[in-house]
Design a protein around this ligand. Structure first.
Ligand code: NAD
Ligand code: WQD
Length: 338
């Protein structure tokens, strides 16, 4: 069964393609290589023994998308393609809305025109905004988001809900990821941030490998267990399996919303301690001011995915740190250019 995977060479998309192949699906990847490298394909082949079909192009290019839908019989789409840097979205809102919102509209239009009505969309816990109490439950009202990136996810969710209302045969899964970290246990695939990492674990990884001097911990005066921010970290392997679980359920039309998280919160200092254990050394850090827009603590109520998809996380924070470090140490400069 052919599954079109937009953004399939990116961090979460590449891990999901491996899980799709292992589950007997055939991923067909579209990516514009804005934040990924073509050499990821060879890594997928090395792990699975199969080289996925890859089309270089942009989801905003409707004629390009149309040729792919005409050429292949596609049963469902998993839509990862998007820009994801929260801080950058504040300085480049138009680029974020164009890529993430307009791109998602183009994709859905071409799907509709080709009678493909099953889509799984990469949404984010960020849509719960800053007013909801934790843990977040799918039935909570979304909104009050603090940045254009988050609004772009909120808007695409709404657009896809409206699409389903207009044509109820659609099956739309909105997967709200919490904080994906870690890497493939083989060390062949992982997160490959360009420039200074925005997120906690990739930053710690670069401190551990000696590329950055020390971690800046953004505040230790939050009302949390040790004063530092608390998040729900989910191993990218578990997250990838969540997509296969969602795909196995895709034949029911409707809008299906799931939190994909571990259901527990860990503090910045706990993540740092897990990483120190993985790399067998003490890592330098300093406490600095809070980061603008950060929330003190949130994690998922992940019971709906467990109930309805028979999916739950299996990896611990130690597994996440161990696999991240294994990827970092074996690929200190990330993926090769070719
Ligand atoms: P990523 O940047 O590693 O992967 C995204 C991929 O999409 C990249 O390979 C990029 O080149 C490609 N892409 C971007 N715009 C495109 C376009 N217009 N046309 C074709 N390809 C395009 O990011 P990721 O961490 O794998 O995230 C995947 C999805 O999950 C994104 O939509 C992201 O917003 C969402 N998400 C990520 C996180 C996270 O923390 N990583 C959390 C919640 C949601
Ligand atoms: C985690 C914790 C920081 C870096 C972001 C997006 C979210 C989602 C995942 C896409 C916080 C602290 C971080 C550092 C630190 N992405 N921190 N020093 O902000 O929870 O979520 O990525 O959808 O939408 O907002 O993740 O990894 O940046 O931060 O102390 O150098 O680590 O303050 O408490 P965040 P993060």
């Amino acid at each position: 069964m052919n599954i079109l995977v937009t953004g399939g060479l990116g961090y979460i998309g590449s891990h999901t393609c491996v899980k799709l192949i292992e589950a007997g699906y055939t991923p067909i990847i579209i990516d514009n290589l804005y934040n990924s490298k073509k050499s990821v394909l060879k890594r997928i082949e090395k792990i699975t023994g199969q080289l996925p079909l890859f089309y270089y192009g942009d989801i905003q290019d409707k004629p390009f998308l149309d040729t792919i839908f005409k050429k292949h019989s596609i049963s469902s789409v998993i839509h990862f393609a998007g820009l994801k840097a929260v801080g950058e979205s504040v300085t480049k809102p138009l680029e974020y809305y164009e890529n993430n919102v307009y791109g998602s509209i183009c994709l859905a239009q071409v799907m509709r025109d080709n009678q493909v009505n099953n889509i799984i969309f990469s949404s984010s816990a960020t849509v719960y905004g800053e007013k909801n109490a934790t843990p977040y439950i799918e039935t909570m009202q979304t909104g009050n988001v603090t940045n254009p990136y988050g609004w772009s996810k909120y808007m695409v969710e709404q657009i896809y809900v409206d699409l389903h209302t207009s044509q109820p045969t659609w099956s739309i899964s909105l997967l709200r990821y919490f904080n994906p970290v870690g890497a493939h246990p083989s060390g062949l695939m992982g997160e490959d941030p360009q420039g200074i990492p925005n997120n906690l674990m990739p930053y710690i990884a670069q401190v551990a490998i000696g590329k950055r001097e020390k971690l800046s911990v953004y505040g230790n005066d939050y009302p949390t267990k040790d004063g530092t921010g608390v998040r729900d970290y989910i191993h990218v392997e578990d997250l990838a399996k969540g997509h296969v679980a969602a795909l196995n359920n895709i034949n029911q039309s409707g809008v299906h919303i799931y939190n994909l998280g571990a259901g527990i919160g860990n503090s910045v200092l706990e993540v740092l301690a897990a990483y120190e254990k993985a790399c067998h050394k003490k890592l330098p850090y300093q406490i600095v001011n809070r980061r603008a827009g950060d929330i003190a603590a949130f994690w998922a109520d992940a019971s709906k995915a467990q109930r309805e998809l028979n999916w739950q996380t299996e990896c611990s924070l130690d597994d996440m740190a161990k696999d991240s470090w294994n990827w970092q140490i074996t690929n200190p400069n990330g993926y090769p250019d070719e």
